[in-house]
Design a protein around this ligand. Structure first.
Ligand SMILES: [Zn+2]
Length: 181
């Protein structure tokens, strides 16, 4: 491996952070080149043929791809006061749970349900946006009904609710991720 910026050799690359991801099946390493000081990320994971396959609505199969979940979350959270780090945390949790519950294949519906549930606890606007795409509401009335259910839920669903709860449990991490936004 060489530095993708200055082509320095492996000896110049140091690992500054290492964490497990994809439900413990992969390791994400943040590296820094001592020559040019730039940072980049590498993933170490088992070969693709051992990884999880996602069954789409039309029956086709695609390899598990955490970026697709992240992209869906980013769209739902557009202009919402949510840190990218929180979205990564949701993807990590979804990966963890999906990999525990499914050996080889998982339907998109199962992934969608997990993401929807986690978003509901994080941000209600993002939740309704995501659910409106994921559940494909047929009419505006369906969407309004769902939004109303979210509002009604505020009255009794306090524990998992809202950003204050999430922030107190997961203090904002100061890292170079923030600089990417
Ligand atoms: Zn370099």
């Amino acid at each position: 491996m060489r530095c993708p910026f200055c082509d320095a050799e492996k000896d110049s690359l140091k690992v500054i952070d290492s964490r497990s991801c994809e439900g413990g099946r992969a390791i994400r390493r943040r590296r820094q080149c001592v020559k040019c000081s730039k940072r980049f990320t590498t993933y170490e994971r088992v070969e693709t043929n051992l990884r999880l396959t996602v069954i789409k609505r039309d029956g086709s199969r695609v390899p598990w791809d955490r970026n697709k979940i992240l992209n869906g979350l980013e769209r739902a959270c557009f202009k919402r006061p949510i840190k990218l780090e929180e979205l990564h945390r949701i993807v990590d949790e979804v990966e963890e749970e999906v990999h525990k519950a499914h050996d080889k294949e998982v339907p998109t519906s199962a992934i969608g349900e997990l993401v929807t549930e986690k978003l509901r606890r994080l941000d209600q606007v993002a939740y309704v946006r995501f659910a409106s795409v994921y559940r494909r509401f047929k009419t505006l009335e369906d969407l309004v009904q769902e939004a109303r259910a979210v509002i009604d839920a505020r009255h009794y669903d306090v524990p998992g609710q809202g950003r204050l709860f999430n922030e107190s449990e997961h203090p904002a991490e100061a890292g170079d991720e923030a600089g990417k936004r």
